[in-house]
Ligand binder design. Structure first.
Ligand code: PHE
Length: 525
């Protein structure tokens, strides 16, 4: 209002530092007050009531010590004041001076007072050398305090700056003119055109607030997908694009039979021990699998068959029936493969997921066609949760997700597996792959997969793969020329790399920030 009133009278304000604001202490408006003035100017500008120009200044202000000395006098003046005149009293010993004026003043003040010729030594002590002094430092500080500068000029300013008594301050002041919408009263502008305004015609005389196209929108509240789900979606798309079908994986609880035995994992394998696998205490045992299949599996373990010697270790029905939290999604792959082999076993098949493949013609990898043995090729995948009795740390959780792909066809080779993985991982943005021979009880050969990660600039282990063993496939009923290869990768690792997360506990669990989850962008490989 003050600005508008002055403009009304004088039509412009040349220098806002000349304004006297209500409640203002000194004559001219200070730097802090210029900031308040700027706020008022901007609000008037947005209503087009004024225009203004900004001018930059460099000014000086007292430091805390400078402000102190402007009140008490400089260190040197205080030292001088504490001493007796020559001949008028006992000279003051340096140690005594400290108790009189304080350590800091005694230290700094003595040197400067000597240099100015204000004090002198007399018999091991100090006395005044002159009867009167002019405390230039104090006067200069007061000058800087009230004007922001010094008449004495830049040399003295530099000296005070060096003594850390003053600091330089950037400042602004403004020149103000009337704007096209000038008025002395600030009408609250309308923000909305209402029905009432239209029917009464008041819109014609109303002033409207200008749109601020720079303003941020109000953040919308809504649900957000967890990063793991976003990455899962992308990977699922890759599989679908390559003609894979998704396996049902709702069986978090599995039996030892499907999780291990069907996969030809020996019953004595360390992965089956409680340190690695969570077993259920209630109920503890599963229903029995199909009897004849169970017998073929137990036989291949304990006695061998299909050209294999087996493990020749005692077979435990109890071990096979134990209920557990599945340690890998390969348990689901095993039961799906068992279903896929149903036609080969001469059974009727009614499973929805496999019907499309099983019911259709039988395109084969090597063009050998349907041999009348009921086999239909399949490409299956799953992405779901698995559980392991792990020690938790920055990169390990006891529950995590596996991505798994399985391809069944006649006469597949290791080259097919490698070729498939190259295509698959290329779609994930990983072009540089290396394969290392590895061991899995259920695949032979087995390959660990390493990828060169362009963002991390190093090779990282991304997964595990292999050709399923005949000891697993043939008891299911697959013909001898059917090969099945599979590979598995984790879901958490690519997600963490993707979002630059290095502690898994910020991704999953109670330490996850909901806000972060809302802000994470979608994923496109
Ligand atoms: N089940 C393996 C794992 O948990 C992954 C895998 C799947 C390996 C299929 C070979 C074939 O690491």
């Amino acid at each position: 209002q003050l600005i508008l009133d002055i403009l009304e009278k004088h039509s412009s304000i040349k220098d806002t530092r000349q304004l006297t604001l209500p409640g203002q202490s000194s004559q001219a408006a200070s730097q802090d007050e210029q900031i308040a003035i700027l706020g008022a100017l901007n609000s008037l500008l947005s209503r087009e009531m004024i225009t203004y120009e900004t001018h930059e200044t460099l000014s000086h202000a007292l430091t805390e010590e400078g402000a102190q000395l402007s009140l008490t006098g400089s260190h040197e003046a205080r030292v001088w004041a504490a001493l007796p005149e020559r001949g008028a009293g006992e000279p003051v010993a340096p140690q005594q001076l400290k108790t009189l004026v304080g350590d800091e003043t005694a230290k700094v003040g003595q040197g400067r007072a000597f240099k100015a010729g204000w004090i002198a030594k007399e018999g091991g002590g100090l006395v005044k050398a002159v009867s009167e002094i002019k405390d230039t430092t104090q006067l200069e500080l007061r000058d800087v305090d009230s004007t922001g500068t010094l008449e004495a000029g830049e040399k003295s300013l530099a000296d005070l700056r060096k003594r850390k008594l003053i600091t330089q301050r950037k400042g602004q002041w403004f020149t103000v003119h009337k704007g096209p919408g000038f008025s002395t009263s600030i009408a609250k502008p309308e923000t909305d055109l209402t029905v009432e305004m239209l029917s009464s015609g008041s819109w014609k005389t109303s002033t409207f607030k200008k749109y601020n196209f720079e303003a941020d929108g109000i953040p919308t509240n809504g649900g957000a997908l967890h990063p793991l789900l976003k990455v899962r979606d992308e990977i699922r798309n890759i599989f679908l694009e390559m003609g894979f079908e998704e396996m049902p994986t709702d069986t978090f609880v599995e039996s030892g039979f499907w999780c291990f035995d069907a996969l030809f994992v020996p019953q004595q394998h360390p992965a089956r021990e409680v340190q690695d696998t969570f077993y259920l205490s209630d109920p503890t045992t599963s229903l029995d699998p199909p009897k004849d299949y169970y017998e073929r599996v137990s036989a291949v373990h304990s006695k061998g068959g299909y050209g294999s010697t087996g493990y020749r270790a005692p077979w435990s029905h109890e071990e096979s029936r134990k209920l557990l939290l599945r340690t890998h999604t390969t348990a689901s792959s095993a039961s799906m493969l068992y279903k896929l082999a149903a036609l080969c076993r001469g059974e009727k098949v009614s499973d929805d997921v496999l019907n499309s493949d099983i019911g259709g013609p039988a395109p084969t990898g090597d063009g050998s066609g349907d041999k009348g043995d009921g086999f239909r090729p399949a490409k299956l995948f799953s992405i779901d949760r698995v559980f392991r009795n792990e020690t938790l740390d920055a990169t390990h959780l006891a529950e995590f997700h596996q991505v798994e792909g399985v391809v069944a066809d006649r006469n597949l080779t290791l080259a097919d597996l490698i070729g498939f993985m190259r295509v698959f991982f290329k779609k994930m943005g990983l072009e540089n792959l290396r394969f290392k021979p590895a061991y899995n009880p259920y695949t032979e050969p087995s390959l660990e997969i390493f990828a060169f990660h362009p963002d991390l600039n190093k090779w990282v282990e991304i997964g595990n793969s292999g050709m399923f063993r005949p000891e697993m496939l043939e008891p299911m009923g697959f013909p001898k020329d059917v090969r099945v290869h599979g590979w598995g990768i984790g879901l958490e690792r690519p997600t963490m790399i993707r979002y630059g997360i290095n502690n898994i506990r910020t991704l999953v669990g109670h330490k996850t920030s909901i806000d972060e989850i809302e802000r994470y962008p979608a994923v496109r490989f």
